[in-house]
Design a protein around this ligand. Structure first.
Ligand code: NOJ
Length: 538
């Protein structure tokens, strides 16, 4: 089968074929020179994102926040933190993104807020037994030193803090699955559901195209908050923890949100961070619930064909059971960059290229994380510069995937991260840029035909064409296998397969025509180690 030049658009909804570019605003571009990326910087760089050929952006939180967890501790869900700009700047960003043909998705954080949120402050002030405390999980412990149950925070340490440690009469503790600055909402109180529907409407009314839902599976906890048999973090690890997360009641929330999203034209999109094993995660994208949920079992894989194939087939089984096509990602702001995770150095860089090519050929929507198109490695951020609360509480450090992007080879203005201000030199970036960062710069890669950046653009352009010509369709699934020589194969449909050489020797490819590869093929019909190819088979 050949790829014709022009054909009618396939009838799939836009989000079924979409590739969304995740923007971590504080590290994207700094418009005001204060060392933290912002809306002005992002707006100025939107044409770059459009030039990649993606369908839209997902912006991680920029709402008012004490920034304890880099914005995932929200103190006002319907505003813009002055660190990032103003609501007017956001409206202008949205308009300009739309003019460039980019959808804009925001992050909504419904599991918890900031301890500075006015409703949490009111609950602290109102005291034990008050209706204000019913908005959160305030529970008296057996004594002043013992929390109400054994739950551990995802970031490490107990998931409980004393409400008022100085008081002899207030014995309440409050629940926080993450840091103490992020109290969990009590979703069993109907007022919380109403509150968040107001938040959704606020952003949808502004024209926002969709929402990524943070820790989407954890909103409801088991009635009575019983002890957990799990000793690890309470919502991580792809396990359905029957005490803490994945409660049946949460699905009703997403059914309501889906109805709300479909009250708008065009329909708004819901994508969930559902960090559960495939069979459980797929239940969140059943008909009438969310449109997309990240395939978390896939997000964290190492360079190992057997686990890719096993997870791929598990996701396919879940798709067949629940009609839920997986949403693919290999990087985000919480996990180690692929170039490092897959081995580091030149080998890691080659594997990251191959993985990116594989990712963009998989059946269903995909997300790229800023800097993935540049092949950025994880940065070993100096100990004294680390700010991640997870690190501070004894967990892993996520700062290494959050270092500001290099735009120019020249180190001036922090490799172009700062756009330059009239008032003199910009402040140091919130995380330091490592030596040699300029070799990954956008400007340099734009000039280099072999760069990861140009590879990404070419893959996205070909992907679009394959969708247009119905070589890719919304009905595609994935049948995965490992052939001799550690060749990973994912058959997308009867016309198309992806092959990734994950072993140490060149491997013979399945029959067909190679239409794209991460590195040029050295010998027809063979794939060198750490290369990936798209193959038309019939
Ligand atoms: C998932 C977010 O991606 C992560 O960055 C954050 O720390 C937790 N949720 C808590 O909101």
């Amino acid at each position: 089968m050949s790829v014709p030049e022009e054909a009618a658009l396939a009838p799939a909804a836009w989000w079924q074929s979409a590739v969304i570019y995740q923007v971590y605003p504080r590290s994207f571009a700094d418009g005001d020179g204060d060392g933290v990326g912002d809306l002005a910087g992002l707006t100025a760089r939107l044409p770059y994102i459009a030039s990649l050929g993606v369908d839209g952006i997902w912006m991680t939180p920029f709402q008012p926040s004490p920034q304890v967890d880099q914005g995932y501790d929200v103190s006002d869900y319907c505003g813009v933190d002055p660190l990032f700009g103003t609501l007017e700047q956001f409206e202008s960003l949205l308009e300009q993104a739309h003019a460039l043909g980019l959808k804009v998705l925001l992050d909504v954080v419904p599991n918890h807020c900031s301890s500075e949120h006015p409703l949490f402050q009111a609950a602290l002030a109102a005291g034990p037994g008050s209706p204000e405390r019913e908005m959160f999980h305030f529970v008296a412990g057996p004594d002043a030193d013992t929390p109400p149950n054994n739950w551990q925070s995802v970031f490490g340490g107990p998931a409980w803090s004393r409400a008022n440690p100085a008081s002899a009469t207030d014995n309440d503790w409050y629940l926080h699955l993450f840091s103490a600055g992020q109290p969990d909402w009590n979703w069993r109180n109907p007022a919380i559901g109403e509150y968040f529907e107001g938040v959704l409407k606020f952003w949808f009314d502004k024209g926002v195209d969709g929402l990524r839902i943070d820790v989407a599976h954890a909103l409801f906890k088991a009635e009575g908050l019983p002890d957990s048999p799990s000793t690890g973090g309470v919502v991580d690890g792809l396990r359905s923890n029957p005490q803490v997360s994945d409660q049946e009641e949460v699905h009703e929330v997403y059914r309501r949100w889906r109805t709300l999203a479909e009250n708008y034209e065009p329909h708004r999109l819901l994508v969930g961070e559902v960090n559960l094993e495939p069979a459980r995660a797929a239940r969140y994208t059943r008909a009438g619930e969310m449109h997309q949920a990240f395939a978390f079992a896939f997000v964290k894989l190492g360079w190992d064909p057997e686990s890719w194939a096993a997870v791929g087939n598990e996701l396919e089984a879940a798709r067949l059971l629940h009609g839920a096509t997986p949403t693919w990602a290999l990087e985000n702001h919480d996990i180690v960059r692929t170039a490092t995770r897959f081995g580091g150095g030149d080998v890691g860089a080659m594997r990251a290229r191959a993985a990116l090519v594989a990712l963009l050929g998989l059946p269903g929507p995909a997300y790229l994380y800023q800097g993935q198109e540049l092949g950025l490695p994880e940065v070993d951020v100096p100990l004294e510069a680390r700010v991640d609360p997870m690190w501070a509480r004894g967990g892993v450090c996520r700062d290494g995937a959050r270092v500001p992007l290099p735009w120019t080879e020249d180190p001036a203005l922090h490799h172009g991260f700062a756009l330059g201000t009239a008032e003199g030199p910009p402040s140091e970036p919130w995380l330091p840029l490592p030596a040699g960062w300029g070799r990954y710069a956008v400007e340099r890669q734009e000039r280099d035909a072999e760069s990861v950046l140009n590879l990404t653009k070419a893959a996205l352009a070909l992907r679009r064409k394959l969708w247009k010509n119905e070589v890719f369709t919304a009905d595609d699934g994935g049948t995965w296998r490992v052939e001799a020589g550690e060749l990973l194969v994912c058959e997308r449909n009867e016309h198309f397969l992806i092959a990734v050489a994950m072993g140490a020797e060149p491997v013979q490819l399945p029959a067909g025509t190679v239409i794209f590869s991460a590195q040029p093929l050295e010998q027809e019909g063979w794939l060198q180690p750490n290369n990936a190819a798209w193959i038309l088979t019939g």
